[in-house]
Design a protein around this ligand. Sequence first.
Ligand SMILES: *[C@@H]1O[C@H](CO)[C@@H](O)[C@H](O)[C@H]1NC(C)=O
Ligand SMILES: *[C@@H]1O[C@H](CO)[C@@H](O)[C@H](O)[C@H]1NC(C)=O
Ligand SMILES: *[C@@H]1O[C@H](CO)[C@@H](O)[C@H](O)[C@H]1NC(C)=O
Ligand SMILES: *[C@@H]1O[C@H](CO)[C@@H](O)[C@H](O)[C@H]1NC(C)=O
Ligand SMILES: *[C@@H]1O[C@H](CO)[C@@H](O)[C@H](O)[C@H]1NC(C)=O
Ligand SMILES: *[C@@H]1O[C@H](CO)[C@@H](O)[C@H](O)[C@H]1NC(C)=O
Length: 379
Amino acid sequence: MSKLVSFIVLCTALNSVTAKDSYCYGNITFGNIPFTIQELIADVLLKSIPATFFTDCSNVNIPIANDSIKFYFFNSTSSYVRIDSDNPPQLDPSKRLIILAHGWLCSMNDSYFPDLRQAYFKRYGDCNIIGVDWSDLSVNVWSIAYCSVPIVGAKLGDLLCKIASTSGIPVESMHMVGHSMGGQMAGFTGQRVQTQCGSKIGNITALDPGGISYQVQLDESKRLDKGDGIAVQVIHTNAGILGYEGNCGTTDFYPNCGTIQPGCLDVIQALKNAALLWPNNPQAILNNSLVNLPLTEVLCDHFRSIVYFIESVNSKQFKAIDCKKCTSTILDSLCLLAQALNLADYTIMGEDCPPVNEEDAYFLTTNSKSPFAKGDAGA
Ligand SMILES: *[C@@H]1O[C@H](CO)[C@@H](O)[C@H](O)[C@H]1NC(C)=O
Ligand SMILES: *[C@@H]1O[C@H](CO)[C@@H](O)[C@H](O)[C@H]1NC(C)=O
Ligand SMILES: *[C@@H]1O[C@H](CO)[C@@H](O)[C@H](O)[C@H]1NC(C)=O
Ligand SMILES: *[C@@H]1O[C@H](CO)[C@@H](O)[C@H](O)[C@H]1NC(C)=O
Ligand SMILES: *[C@@H]1O[C@H](CO)[C@@H](O)[C@H](O)[C@H]1NC(C)=O
Ligand SMILES: *[C@@H]1O[C@H](CO)[C@@H](O)[C@H](O)[C@H]1NC(C)=O
């Protein structure tokens, strides 16, 4: 099918949302977001990605203002306490520090981040959470968000080094969790922390880290890789579509083989069906397929990585095996034989993913609805 964006679109969207509101709230439908963004998403789903996604950023004008990057502090009793990055507050070093970063088109207030914070408070009673809200930059066309990520990531790295010295919290004990472009951001933050304070962030968890332009990025300093933290856990749920395809951590997980998740709507088929009925009419294609769904449902496979991770914070049931059950290569058959003989390697996906002994990729299946973890039956 031809690119949706190859048409000159004169219609402006029926959007009731202003430019800088996040599009990831459950109460905002696909039809509410600007048509240009709808088209970009549909193009990504149909793998007909516009050239503007691939940029070295030299010609991209990033609309950055003093206040575009905001850091917030959360604990079990306070939320949305703005952090002055030049003068961060004293944090209790006896409590865990977790850093959260959202992705493209989203904010700290949606795309499951409030649920993730609550899961952490339930698990640990209290902990220090820092949320980076870069929605002023992320709620934009892909190229602007993409080119902002290194800037936001570096600023966050500087903040973490400052907190390490003022609060006496070693960066090796910090855990950064990022979704989508926020997962890629963890790579930039990890690199900055290494150059600024000489040690690595302890744990990075990248939830379906962004693919597309990161996919073609051969320079590892411009994307997440296994060297960016001591342990870099990656949970792939939409690999090769919105998410990065291929191992990029010290432990890479592929729930349900990593691309399509059970219980998610097949939006690609819905788009293709609509395209057959309304050829050459992008607005009609979108109107008749995705328009009434929230973005978290349109990109359900991509967001599932966060949903699984949230469940994992209070469950150790995401057991995974190093056999690639998705294919039937000889190596995998040998691995399955090893499994039968009790010799295979297992681990746990999510918050309790153990420290790395050996870099490896792991596979598991999940249920199609909550609770998603299947325990022994998933591995
Ligand atoms: C959606 O919900 C958010 C948070 O509850 C609220 O701030 C926003 O105004 C709502 N948007 C619409 C379009 O209803
Ligand atoms: C941005 O910050 C700089 C340095 O703190 C300040 O000089 C400048 O006036 C600020 N600009 C705006 C628009 O607030
Ligand atoms: C949460 O942080 C606030 C400061 O913003 C602090 O006053 C409060 O004691 C903290 N809560 C806990 C449970 O430590
Ligand atoms: C998120 O919620 C906080 C607190 O309600 C608010 O101050 C902030 O503006 C919101 N951010 C976005 C991007 O909606
Ligand atoms: C990373 O998290 C795991 C699980 O909580 C923990 O066992 C491990 O010590 C952490 N690694 C580092 C380097 O902090
Ligand atoms: C798409 O839907 C909107 C509102 O639901 C309507 O105004 C518009 O005419 C539709 N466009 C097409 C091409 O179907």
